[in-house]
Write a protein that binds this ligand. Structure first.
Ligand code: C2E
Length: 349
């Protein structure tokens, strides 16, 4: 929960916020499930948060908020789920390792201190020792103390080595979890969270090189899903993602933006090369006749519409996104299956 929402749900406006949540959900036709309540609480409690902006965008686009959409929003934006669980577990492992290292160090420290005392005592005793048997006892005692120190040091070394291994394993595991948390499970493309981070990062860098953002949307996807079912719809999403991945090597950052929408960030590329890439994707997607794997039914072809915008100097990520989105909708309005650049619209305006 963001700090803002955390404060709101325990502040003087808490109950009126909760009532507003119910009213708002009803007015946009969203079922008052616990998950939707939580989503709408975040949305109304902090409308400018990434979740707030995304819900607004979906509502503006008249997207039906199905259970699947809610799950996707929750996975992307609510601060819980697998990553935080894994981080908690990793914290517990680190805690355990650190405690055990601290105990081993304390023990080794005590043994070293005892050894120091033994040496000092031995030195004193040696000064007064006359007969060979007391000298022999002395050396025997020193040798015993030395062996003890060596044993403790070896235990500490072993402990450190095993902790190092455990921490390295943890690092690899957390890196994998982090990657998964940034990846869309269906298409294997980067997900919305990864997209938001990358775009913010690139915009904040204020690099002098151009930065272009494209949004792509599968035409009439809802109709396709209604006709052929979600499973086949998912295959189409995977197909479009595969085509996008093929033409987006290197710095190009292809993501599943949400639902049937995709986005590509083109760092260092201008309108000309971006248009060529988008046209390649558009042609390739439209040129393949798809088959339903289970029945071999001919699914025909799907098409995509795309819009893109090149970042203006100092432009914020949200504004760039808005212009790319407007260009996408221009492609839709003009009959779909086409690519539109924001500059074309701006010149025409
Ligand atoms: P996938 O089903 O995991 O297939 C991965 C790759 O295996 C495909 O990459 C293709 O190279 C090969 N492949 C799998 N099944 C067949 C097949 O029946 N015939 C042929 N010739 N090759 C096959 P590709 O083509 O880039 O497709 C990527 C993903 O897009 C596929 O993943 C699938 O999810 C979807 N897809 C592509 N074409 C179709 C289609 O005609 N029908 C359906 N239902 N899904 C498709």
């Amino acid at each position: 929960m963001t700090v803002k929402v955390e404060v709101a749900v325990r502040g003087p406006e808490a109950y009126s916020l909760a009532r507003n949540v119910i009213t708002e959900m009803e007015s946009v036709g969203v079922w008052p499930t616990p998950l939707n309540f939580e989503l709408w609480l975040h949305y109304l409690g902090d409308p400018e948060s990434p979740l707030g902006r995304e819900i607004r965008r979906l509502l503006n686009d008249n997207v039906v908020i199905s259970d699947e959409t809610s799950e996707m929003l929750a996975a992307e934006f609510l601060p819980r789920g697998r990553l935080s669980e894994e981080i908690r577990d990793a914290g517990a492992v680190l805690d355990r390792e650190l405690t055990s290292i601290a105990t081993a160090i304390a023990k080794a420290h005590k043994t070293q201190a005892d050894y120091g005392v033994t040496l000092a005592d031995a030195s004193e005793t040696m000064d007064g020792a006359q007969d060979p048997s007391s000298l022999k006892d002395l050396v025997g005692g020193l040798s015993h103390a030395t062996r003890r120190v060596r044993r403790e040091t070896a235990i500490l070394e072993k402990r450190l080595e095993s902790s190092n291994k455990e921490i390295a394993r943890l690092q690899t595991h957390l890196e994998q979890v982090r990657r998964e948390a940034m990846t869309d499970a269906l298409t294997n493309l980067a997900n919305r969270k990864a997209f938001d981070e990358r775009l913010e990062e690139l915009c904040a860098a204020e690099d002098a090189s151009p930065l272009t953002l494209a949004i792509l949307d599968i035409d009439h996807f809802k109709r396709f899903n209604d006709t052929w079912g979600h499973q086949t719809g998912d295959q189409v999403l995977r197909y479009v993602a595969t085509v996008m991945s093929r033409v987006c090597p290197g710095d190009r950052f292809a993501t599943r933006f949400g639902g049937e929408e995709f986005a590509i960030i083109f760092p260092g590329e201008k309108a000309g090369s971006v248009t060529a890439v988008l046209e390649t994707i558009r042609h390739e997607v439209a040129s393949r006749s798809l088959r339903r794997r289970s029945t071999n039914d001919d699914l025909g072809t799907v098409t995509i519409s795309a819009g893109f915008a090149q970042r203006l100097p100092g432009e914020a990520a949200a504004a760039l996104l808005e212009r790319a989105d407007a260009a996408l909708y221009a492609s839709k309005r003009a009959g779909r299956n086409r690519v539109t650049g924001a500059s074309t619209l701006e010149k025409a305006a």
